[in-house]
Write a protein that binds this ligand. Sequence first.
Ligand SMILES: [Zn+2]
Length: 315
Amino acid sequence: MRPCSRVAPSSPRSPRARRGIERSHLTPEHRAANALVGGWMEQAGLRVRQDAAGNVCGRREGRTPGLPALVLGSHLDTVPDAGRYDGPLGVLMAVAVAERLGRRAGAGPLGLPFALEVIGFGDEEGTRFDKALLGSQAVAGTWDDAWWDLRDRDGVTLHQAFRDFGLDPARVGEAARRPEELVGYLEAHIEQGPYLEAADASLGYVTSIAGARRFVLTFLGEARHAGGTPYERRKDALVGAAEAVVAVERVARAAGTIATVGRVEVEPGAVNVVPGRAALTLDVRAATDAERDRTWDEVHAEVRRGARGAGSGSR
Ligand SMILES: [Zn+2]
């Protein structure tokens, strides 16, 4: 479950300046985290490398060299203004496991019937390119070349970001692991919801992993001067978008799924201009892909109906 958010204290500084922890994919902070965690992995007796997708990986052989590996780990990237445990907890616990097993084994091989690997994934949150799990998709071998053209908010493509980070986009396929190389994957993750606390339990295990789908919904209206445009002549994109936000929650609540609008951008964004364009992000997730997709279909249908009513178009 993720991500957690906390309310930032109000501050006269810019929103960016008051952010706490922010470590996004293929940034200097990502590089620093890989170096730091790689050092800890080495101290724990792991052989360290950075894979072709920018994930930091450590390995220690089992009873004999070359055995399939049990992989432990989590992500090292964060959402903006993140908590310190989301992701790193799972990486640090994995390093601690390696350290403890290593101490027991001394200089010799781990007496395990499999190798032990720890991975700190470079991207899980998808904060920078609005596409989650870029690190683990590469490891899973499900990379899609269409992602190279994704851009961050500064217009930098994923392709360029790879190069700036010192990675070769043409070699991303080398990060993929074959199923026969692995025996399993185990991730400890901090719970970001209230469930464990409510149950007064310190530990739980997940019974399903929600696969999220993300969308950008754009509402097109007509930007006009606020003073000179009566309601019957308005095509207010933001009113259409606002009704969509409410519809998203209504549909998802009824379906027992989770759908979230996390960002709204309005143009031209002036105090006295009827918004001509509004774009909102939508994140939909559920216990099963079928439930999730059904929720999206319903949201989509409802939003289209509502947008026509508000006099704006959606796409
Ligand atoms: Zn997380």
